[in-house]
Design a protein around this ligand. Structure first.
Ligand SMILES: [Zn+2]
Length: 321
């Protein structure tokens, strides 16, 4: 396939993180490498952050050097989903997730283009090295009442796409726990369902456990005010645990606020192991096994040689506002 977005080269980010707060824009140092490698199952390598943004390959090289074996690169609209699928085709350390983010759905609905966008996601979901549909779900924090019907409609469509293509589902749930659970039970959850950046409490962890839904913890599990989240972590069965960066957001302690990247995953993993009073390598091994059960192996489908993908200097730039 071809893509009009740059997928080969450094500094090729297609989005830039909005700077909302005064913060340190330098990347944190590399952590001590993990002995047993692990996967980052939710990251956004296309979003540039920091004074000197790292290109996606540089981010993956750093990740490899500290035992982060691979990533799920997650799209949130048509452009970033296309980019994710195209980049995963040429990069063996990357698999893709494709979706319309719940905060994008209301505007698309208003413009009358939500169905077209969902149809693109359905097409992308059939491509090799697309391992998940996500991130989709509900976000009542960012979206007011008026936009929620569109969110529900989009979420339900994404659940169906995941099931039709036998892909994992990655859920974005912000201040919408009950409605997300109700929708999953109503429509029927895919066999492999993941709550990305798990934000529930102990009760919710128990509901997920009963349903066999995976809970993916991000850097915020290390934050000082996150006792609720750590209690949920303790309540989650180990065979349903996953770990992620959600980079460039949610940088784990002691670097909260600085740019995040998959190479910082060991900090979150070590924080989780310390809280669970377990061995880091034991936890890595468990999470790696869980991750491969959810998404399959990263080498299950071959990558395409990079020269088969249209280079950005040979293609018109995509319509990125
Ligand atoms: Zn995300």
């Amino acid at each position: 396939m071809t893509s009009d977005l740059p997928v080969d080269g450094y500094g090729s980010a297609i989005r830039r993180r909005e700077n909302t707060a005064r913060r340190d824009l330098s990347y944190p140092p590399l952590p001590e490498p993990l002995t047993v490698p692990v996967y980052d199952n939710h990251t956004h390598l296309e979003i540039a952050d920091g004074e000197n943004p790292l290109g996606y390959r540089e981010q993956l090289d750093r990740a490899s050097s500290v035992g982060v074996r691979g990533v799920i690169q997650v799209g949130g609209d048509v452009e970033t989903s296309r980019w994710s699928a195209a980049a995963a085709l040429i990069e063996p350390r990357m698999l893709a997730a494709v979706a319309i983010h719940p905060n994008e759905a209301p505007a698309l609905e208003e413009a009358g283009t939500l169905d077209d966008a969902i149809a693109v996601i359905d097409e992308l979901a059939a491509q090799p090295r697309v391992a998940a549909v996500g991130e989709t779900g509900l976000d009542f924090f960012r979206t007011p009442e008026a936009g929620r019907a569109a969110q529900f409609r989009s979420f339900e469509a994404h659940i169906r796409i995941a099931k039709e293509h036998n892909l994992a589902l990655q859920i974005h749930d912000r201040d919408a726990h009950e409605s997300v659970i109700e929708t999953l039970l109503k429509v029927g959850a895919p066999e492999r369902t993941v709550f990305h950046c798990f934000s529930g409490d102990v009760d919710m962890a128990r509901i997920c456990a009963a349903q066999g839904w995976y809970m993916s913890f991000a850097g915020n599990v290390t934050f000082k005010n996150a006792d609720n989240l750590r209690a949920a972590l303790s309540a989650a069965p180990r065979n349903l645990l996953l770990v992620e960066t959600d980079a460039p957001f949610l940088t784990p302690l002691p670097y909260r606020g600085r740019p995040n990247a998959p190479y910082l995953l060991p900090n979150t993993l070590r924080g989780m192991a310390a809280h669970l009073e377990t061995d880091v390598s034991l936890l890595s091994a468990q999470i790696t096994a869980n991750t491969e059960l959810v998404y399959g192996r990263w080498d299950a489908e071959p990558v395409t040689a990079a020269h088969d993908v249209q280079r950005p200097d040979q293609a018109p730039r995509g319509g990125l506002a």
